[in-house]
Ligand binder design. Structure first.
Ligand code: ADP
Ligand code: ZN
Length: 294
C-alpha cells in the first residue's frame, strides 16, 4: 500500500508518498501560489505515484468537521485566492481514494504520537512557534476537534511589565501569537529571530510568554507529552527557559513528577524533526484507508 501526504502551508506545500511505518519514498516541495497553480503541481505529483489514500494536514482556518457541507475547505485565510477554497473536494475529484483531512498541527501531533517523541502515548500536544502559533492535540487517542479546530495560539497572556511592544495579531494585537510568533520577535527587536541567538533577554521574554500558554494547556488538557516545534524553537535555549517558567507558574499545584522532576522529558522537541507534519499526514492517510476498509 502506498500512502500519500500533503502538508499544506501558507508558504509551501510539502507532498510525499510513503508507508505506514513513516518511511517516505519521495517528497516534493511546491510553493504556495494561487490555488490553480499550486494544485496543478500537487495533482501532478500524485498522478505520478497513484497512492491508495491521501492524508492532508493543512494551514487554517479550515473546516475539519466531516459532517459539515464545507468539510475540507480552507475558510477565512487572508492568503490570496485560498479563502473558501475546497482543498479536499478538488483532490477528491481527481483521486477516488480515501482521504484524511485535519489541521497541520493535529497531523503533527498524530505523527509524533505514532512515530515520534510521544510514541505509544494516547495523549500529546504539538505546538508550533513559527510564522504563527498553533497547537494540535491528541486526546484519548483521538485528534481534538470541536465546533471547528482549536486555535490555541490566540489565547491571551499576561504582559511582561517591561514589554511595551503592541503586538502583531491582526485580530487581537497582543494575544500569544501577536506577542511571541516569529514575526512579533522580528518586529519587537528589529531583527529576525535567527540573528538574535545571543540576546538573552529576547529568549527570556519569549519563554515567559510561551510558558504561560503551556501552563494553560497543561491545566486544560493535561497532555502526557508536549512537543514544541516550528522555526522559533530552533533556539534550543528556549526549552529550559520555558520549563523553568512553567514550573514557576504552576507553583507545585500540578504536583506530578513529569512536571516537578522530569520536565526536560515532558517538554521536548519533535522526535520527527521537521518531518512531524508530513509524517502525520501519512498517518492521516493510513487512518482514512483503514477506516474505509474496515
Ligand atoms: P512556518 O510557520 O511559516 O511554517 P517556520 O516554522 O519555519 O515556518 O517559522 C518561520 C518563523 O520562524 C519566521 O518568523 C522566522 O523568523 C522564525 N525562525 C526561523 N528560524 C529561526 C531560528 N533559527 N531562530 C529563531 N527564529 C527562527
Ligand atoms: Zn490573535
Amino acid at each position: 500500500m502506498l500512502l500519500g501526504a500533503i502538508e499544506a502551508g501558507g508558504t509551501k506545500f510539502v507532498c510525499a508518498v510513503g508507508h505506514e511505518n513513516g518511511t517516505i519514498v519521495e517528497r516534493t516541495v511546491i510553493p504556495t501560489d494561487l490555488p490553480e497553480v499550486t494544485m496543478r503541481e500537487v495533482i501532478g505529483f500524485f498522478q505520478k505515484h497513484q497512492p491508495d489514500a491521501i492524508g492532508i494536514g493543512t494551514f487554517g482556518p479550515a473546516d475539519v468537521n466531516p459532517k459539515s457541507p464545507t468539510f475540507g475547505m480552507i475558510t477565512s485565510t487572508p492568503k490570496q485566492g485560498w479563502r473558501d477554497y475546497p482543498l479536499l473536494s478538488e483532490l477528491e475529484k481527481v483521486f477516488p481514494v480515501p482521504m484524511g483531512f485535519d489541521t497541520d498541527v493535529n497531523a503533527a501531533a498524530l505523527g509524533e504520537a505514532k512515530l515520534g517523541a510521544a510514541k505509544g502515548l494516547d495523549s500529546c500536544l504539538y505546538i508550533t512557534v513559527g510564522t504563527g502559533i498553533g497547537a494540535g492535540a491528541l486526546v484519548g487517542g483521538k485528534l481534538l476537534q470541536g465546533l471547528s479546530h482549536p486555535e490555541m495560539g490566540h489565547i491571551m497572556v499576561r504582559r511582561h511589565p517591561n514589554d511595551s511592544y503592541e503586538g502583531k495579531c491582526p485580530y487581537h494585537k497582543d494575544c500569544l501569537e501577536g506577542l511571541a510568533a516569529g514575526p512579533a520577535i522580528e518586529e519587537r527587536w528589529g531583527m529576525k529571530g535567527d540573528k538574535l541567538q545571543e540576546a538573552e533577554e529576547v529568549w527570556e521574554l519569549e519563554g515567559y510568554y510561551l510558558a504561560q500558554a503551556i501552563a494553560h494547556y497543561i491545566l486544560v488538557l493535561s497532555p502526557k507529552k508536549i512537543i514544541l516545534g516550528g522555526g522559533v524553537m530552533k533556539q534550543e535555549q528556549l526549552y529550559p527557559i520555558i520549563a523553568r517558567n512553567v514550573q514557576e507558574i504552576l507553583n507545585g499545584y500540578v504536583s506530578l513528577p513529569e512536571i516537578m522532576d522530569r520536565i526536560d522529558e515532558y517538554l521536548v522537541s519533535p522526535g520527527l524533526g521537521d518531518n512531524a507534519g508530513i509524517t502525520g499526514s501519512l498517518m492521516l492517510a493510513y487512518e482514512a484507508y483503514t477506516e474505509q476498509n474496515r
